[in-house]
Design a protein around this ligand. Structure first.
Ligand SMILES: [Zn+2]
Length: 207
């Protein structure tokens, strides 16, 4: 990544032994089944606004104390990659309809889950992004019904007692992330963002 680009846009790479970088759009294991970040030349590294990086750094010690790690599945997303996802996706409404509507394109959002010391994911109500191969295949055919149903489990207000362990882990993740100042959104347990949003931060074009 071009150092000047990072400096000019207040972006920095997420590094450190408490963070597992595992960008889902750098692999075909995502809702559009394409390694989009490689297709646009971005690669598989995780970058984030320095204001978010400070918060993640604060989190490192706490994660160590709890013998946990944070698996980063998405962070800064170049608008060109967002456009590519929109191009590939077959249905409306599944994804922010413009890069301007996704805080990932501003470098102020990240998608993540918790793992143990060995990098094994804790259980959560869904995978990050609600992704499962069967849903990606259905969506490719224009069939979103089962996926939307599945996404009800992704909500912060999903309290089905049959998923007690998963919900506990969701609540733990929320507690950890909000303790250093990240905000949650109601529809996706894995998504965290800086307060301030589009008023305080510009969208970051790449290339
Ligand atoms: Zn997100």
């Amino acid at each position: 990544m071009d150092r000047l680009f990072l400096l000019k846009n207040n972006l920095t790479e997420i590094t450190g032994n408490r963070f597992i970088i595992d960008m889902m759009y750098a692999t075909p294991d995502n809702i559009v089944m394409h390694p989009v970040y490689w297709e646009v030349g971005f690669g598989d590294r995780a970058f984030i606004h320095v204001d978010a990086a400070v918060r993640l750094q604060e989190l490192s010690g706490e994660l160590a104390k709890l013998n946990l790690k944070l698996r980063i599945r998405d962070a800064y997303r170049p608008p060109v990659a967002h456009q590519r996802i929109l191009q590939l996706i077959n249905v409306d409404g599944l994804f922010a309809s413009r890069p301007e509507n996704s805080l990932h394109c501003y470098g102020t959002a990240l998608d993540c889950c918790l793992t143990d010391e060995k990098g094994r994911n804790l259980k959560f109500p869904t995978e990050v992004d609600g992704y499962e191969k069967k849903y990606a295949k259905q969506i490719a055919k224009g069939d979103t019904e089962a996926f939307y149903k599945h996404l009800e489990k992704a909500r912060q207000d999903f309290w089905d007692t049959r998923y007690a362990e998963e919900i506990n882990n969701r609540e733990l993740l929320k507690k950890i992330m909000t303790s250093v100042g990240f905000e949650t959104i109601s529809s996706e347990w894995w998504h965290f963002q800086l307060p301030g949003g589009k008023e305080d931060y510009p969208m970051i074009e790449w290339k």
